[in-house]
Design a protein around this ligand. Structure first.
Ligand code: NOJ
Length: 560
């Protein structure tokens, strides 16, 4: 085990808990870097690129699951929570990765998947083998079917990947048996969190990785662990989308909070500010805030911000609601634009025009990084990668796509391996030009590789590097609980952040046209996501001399 770093405060003021302002970079291990050339990313690949992340200027990595798994859902179907899947390496590789990251001043957050395991987990095997009445069945949700012969599922819940959320088992004697619950794929049986064995096992799993030195956990489906007593029918057969914001009997039940209070106790046993971040889809931000009350988890993802349109009024409303909700429980707000489950934001914001998508993605990044709190980046957004929308059906692996009654199964398009260098696929993702990659990369990605963008001041990569560097050194950026809103007219979102050592103003023009604004209060331009705003003559922007904010751009100003 290596001790987590206690990095020196980047700014000249009291350093809050690191998570209060950290920029955390999500690594999707399958698609980040492939050291052994089998076409699939691995821990050795991540280890070899830690210098890149340090130079980018992030504080921590969150690594999606790399545990032993049949990969029915990209590793979110875990068969052994204390082992690394051979495709990714070994526990020794994880240990080495954590040590190397700490030596570079980077923290490491790993995924924990407590709502369900894999149908290849030894508990589930044993539960099936032993048949009805087995104590192992208490660790899952096994129920008899409905109807005279039990052929109908126990209730009307629909899996998030399509089809019934129940699958019927076959008893050891070969006859049709009970059904088991799986909110996701049939290969992901839900665990029963009323079982003390399940509760003990997960506290032990947390300790296993904490002992190895991880700095925290991203809690998968944190809102799903507890189901309403009696597993009541929904009364309709609507399939929820991932990140759906609805209250249903299997999500956001009050009982989940007891679990997180117990996990917080485990985290507090360790030195060095170990944290947990909830992936909790809730119907309101106030419900999200309940996961980060004192004594519970440290952060929760802000999916409302991720789902917002590129519109100044909507963004302002969501930012204000987010800050208010988290301030009420004295927790930091988080901001994120993309992850491995959603269409990349350069494409979401494009409205059919890829160049517009990149312009807005650049502007959104500067908005996110200027807001108070912690930001999560998804690998490849710093390269401006678009969604890959033309993957052939035969290469797709999203379980939702593969189910005949599944949803749109669109998640492979944001998981295409990263382009690092060179002009031939896999563009440095693997060690050999012309070598394999588990999903094909578009030919256009040669121009988007790290190598192609590094040193080009107009590139998305250099914009991220500059923004993260300013964020690290500017006293008004990073942790905080509030902003001061400024009114610069329609289509412009503007706010000011103050500190004892200096203030920063952020202006975001979400309109598709340049907007003249009064420049008297803005100060000196620090950074802009587009060409620097040009000066406009006195009068054009109201009173005194002003600036023309470029269409779909964000600028940071050193406030007077
Ligand atoms: C949320 C994860 O982000 C997603 O990738 C996964 O499919 C589901 N949880 C189920 O674990």
């Amino acid at each position: 085990m290596t001790a987590p770093t206690t990095a020196a405060p980047a700014r000249g003021r009291t350093h809050p808990g690191w998570w209060q302002e950290a920029v955390i970079y999500q690594v999707y291990p399958r698609s980040f870097a492939d050291a052994d050339g089998d076409g699939c990313g691995d821990l050795a690949g991540i280890r070899s690129r830690l210098g890149y992340l340090r130079d980018l200027g992030v504080d921590a990595l969150w690594i999606s699951p790399f545990y032993t798994s049949p990969q029915a859902d990209g590793g979110y179907d875990v068969a052994d929570y204390r082992a690394v899947d051979p495709v990714y390496g070994s526990v020794a590789d994880a240990d080495g990765l954590i040590a190397d990251a700490h030596a570079l001043g980077l923290r490491v957050v790993v995924d924990v998947v407590p709502n369900h395991c894999s149908d290849q987990h030894p508990w589930f095997h044993q539960a099936l083998r032993e048949g009805p009445g087995s104590p192992l069945r208490e660790r899952f949700h096994f129920r008899p079917g409905r109807g005279a012969d039990g052929t109908a599922p126990p209730n009307d819940w629909i899996s998030l990947f399509g089809g019934p959320a129940w699958t019927r088992t076959t008893d050891p004697d070969g006859t049709p048996g009970e059904w088991y619950l799986h909110l996701f794929a049939p290969q992901q049986p839900d665990l029963n969190w009323d079982s003390p064995a399940v509760q003990d096992e997960f506290r032990s799993i947390l300790r296993f990785w904490l002992d190895l030195g991880v700095d925290g956990f991203r809690v998968d489906v944190a809102h799903g662990l507890v189901k309403a007593p009696g597993l009541p029918d929904l009364g309709h057969r609507e399939q929820l989308a991932l990140l759906a914001e609805k209250r249903v009997p299997y999500f956001d039940q009050d009982g989940v909070h007891e679990i997180y209070r117990s996990w917080r106790t485990v985290l507090e046993e360790y030195p060095g500010q170990r944290i947990a971040v909830a992936e909790a889809w809730t119907d309101t931000l106030d419900r999200t805030a309940r996961y980060v009350r004192p004594g519970e988890l440290h952060q929760a993802f802000n999916f409302k911000f991720l789902n917002a349109s590129w519109d100044a009024d909507q963004l302002r409303e969501l930012v204000a609601l987010s800050l208010d909700a988290m301030r009420a429980v004295d927790a930091p707000t988080t901001w994120t634009l993309s992850n491995h489950d959603v269409v990349r934001h350069a494409t979401r914001y494009a409205d059919g025009d890829p160049a517009r998508g990149v312009r807005r993605a650049r502007a959104a990044a500067l908005l996110m990084l200027a807001l108070p709190g912690s930001a999560y980046l998804y690998q490849g957004e710093e390269l401006g990668l678009p969604e890959v929308t033309d993957l052939p059906d035969e290469v797709r692996q999203d379980p939702s796509f593969l189910r005949p009654d599944g949803g749109n199964g669109l998640r492979d398009g944001c998981r295409v391996p990263l382009p690092w260098s060179g002009t031939e696929a896999p563009y440095g993702f693997g060690p050999v030009p012309g070598g394999p990659a588990w999903l094909p990369q578009p030919a256009a990605w040669a121009a988007l590789s790290v190598e192609a963008q590094a040193g080009d001041p107009r590139s998305v990569l250099e914009l991220y590097r500059s923004a993260l560097s300013v964020r690290r050194s500017h006293p008004a950026l990073g942790a905080g609980r509030a902003v001061e809103w400024l009114d610069l007219g329609p289509g412009v979102l503007a706010f000011r952040r103050d500190s004892a050592e200096g203030a920063l103003i952020c202006t975001v023009n979400t309109s598709g046209r340049p907007v003249p604004v009064d420049g008297s209060a803005l100060g000196v331009l620090l950074l802009c996501s587009a060409e620097p705003p040009s000066a406009v003559a006195a009068g054009a922007a109201g009173g005194g001399a002003g600036f023309l904010l470029p269409a779909d751009s964000t600028a940071w100003w050193q406030a007077p």
